[in-house]
Design a protein. Sequence first.
Lengths: 571, 198
Amino acid sequence: MSESSISLPGGLPEAGTKEVSKGTSASVVEALQEWVITVDHKKLGVLYILYGLVMFAVAGIEVLLIRIQLAAPGNHVVSAQVFNRLFTMHGTTMIFFMVMPVVFGFGNYLMPLMLGVRDMAFPRLNAFSFWMTAFGGLLLYYSFLGGTGLQGAGTAPDVAWFAYAPLTERAFSRGHSTDFWALSLIVSGFGSIGTAVNFLATAFCLRCKGMKLFRMPLFVWLYIVTSALLILAVSPLTAAQVMLLIDRYLGGHFFDTQAGGSAVLWAHFFWIFGHPEVYVLVMPAFGMASEIIPVFSRKAIFGYAAMVAASVCIAFVSLSVWAHHMFTVGMSAPGNAFFALSTMIVGIPTGIKIFNWLATLWGGKIRFTVPMCFSLAFLFQFLIAGLTGIMLSVAPFNWQLHNSYFVVAHFHYVIVGAIVFMVFAGFYFWYPKVTGRLLNERLGKLHFWLFLIGFHLTFDFMHIPGILGMPRQIYTYEADRGWGPLNLVVSIGAFIQAAAVVIFVVNLLTSVFRGKLAGPDPWDAWTLEWTTSSPPPPYNFDVEPVVSSARPLWDLKHPEDPDSFNSGARS
Amino acid sequence: MNAFPMSVANLSSDAPLPYKGRLAMFVLIAAESAIFTIFVMAYIYYIGRSLSGPTPQQVLDVPILNTAFLLSSSLTIWLAERALARRAIDVFRAFWALTILFGAIFLFGTAREWYKLITVDGLTVSTNLFGTTYYSLVGLHALHVVVGLILLVAVFVLSVITKLRPQDTQRVQVLALYWHFVDCVWVVVFTVVYVIGR
């Protein structure tokens, strides 16, 4: 037990507690109950992540069906109507019930540990937020059973994840499926807002001694930015969904074009949410990259303050770019120019971040562990995703490619190529902290290479049918269009990715029991979560840590060269 | 173990951390502001776009008295807060009750206005765009008043049946913050609905 945690200055000797679990059925029920009623940030973090993984599997199966349907021209594996439901559910699930819960889970688990405190600011609000998110997902999927309304029409929602008006009006979407869609997003939206409040209150009101704002790990900074965006982005979505429900249930006319309502207004409201949402998802990935890349380059992050400034800057700019999703609705020329330029400006702070990560790598002693491999792939793929994004921000170019597979390829490059890759890196990096055991390195490498190959087969080749004119959300296409072979490659890539994910899940499950014991600090890292035992005790730290630099564990390990001595720029 | 002595001089310069309830309420207010912004934008966008009557000019009266009551409640709650801070509990209860009364009068005024609109003018949510946006925006604000009143009453009951502890002062202040926000939003709603839109 003496090695189970690294004692901080002023820390007590190891307390040496370890709960004993018995294999009786009563203790199983007790353990389950404990997980249901828990307000502990670590357990809630794990619940978030498990919930996200289940939804990942569900939405993954949906997309495999989509890819089978599109693999060859004129396929009839699923009907057009089922196809519409599949892509609606795939998109909604992946955004709201896969990526968001998983990144919330990481934040919940790690933020108090990184800040050297014992829980989030509002533990019960935290539990409430999780169960709201979970309930939202159940509502969405209940539509498969309960979506058939009085008119006997509709099962799952089939209005696409952006649910453009007036398709969602009662006259065009019969039954209850669209209501389930709207309600599930309202409910999970409340959960998201609660989580954002909690993250912000924790970071600003609950830090250990000496943890000044500019000594916080960048991970925490990025979650602050994410939370601010959540507050400003999810609330408009909630408002728009309430309007939609007023239309559907009370006979309102917000988006009812026959009574003078505006379909474009919905598009504005949705994208006022929709674009910042992308940054809500990608900021946590930035945070993980900013923790993982330095540790495996054996260097402190380059340009800490510039990273913080760039993140805040991206958040601000991202609030004024939404209409670049809507160039084809026919805005005025100044409107087009404004949204094209503001979108391009995002490239500047983003470029600062990429160059800072590169400068962190430069001259470092790089260790190619699995999390580092995923991080490096993230860097490259995020760059490509950003570049196609700037292409699409050019209004005339966008008029050509709007709603084509080029757009689909672009945002999947962001969400899979950047966010999912970085989340995988996070799994390999922090799994030992959560379970006490390392993930299997060989399976991890296999997962990495398979997923990388599958990813590039799918999403590199998906750009081309888009340029050739293949629109998104069509359930099939004719053979003479020449899109067939490309779509076959895309579909093959999707199945390779699925195989890689199966390997990942097997690794997750088996390493709990058979993984190498990790100890408190398997990666020789620097932030506070690595000072406590793996898994951390319920109270996280025996004694509240005291820090005097951004890398407290480095100070401890290198008393001859502590950060806190040359911390003029960062104290 | 104590390999490296942490410089204690650094620690004394730690700024005290803000109260988490206050920060959380500010964040919540930011979220609420975003929600109201969307409803206000919709209202402004649809001014004069209704395809049929009645129009705001025909049916809306400016609720000056009502507004005066709601805005005064911001003052009374501030006086209550001050009284609580100096532990003058009776004064606190008096001003707090006055706040609840003013809020209730405002709500009653809105109810009367709606009753008149529905029964006399025949304006409902589904009548036209004006009805849809008017009831949504004013209703959203009224909903916030209702939530605020419930919380205010809860605090009042608590202050009667138990003794408010010194640490409750901060919590009461957080609730007061919410109430001020509800009043501020009314200024915006009033301007948009009864001044610009009429």
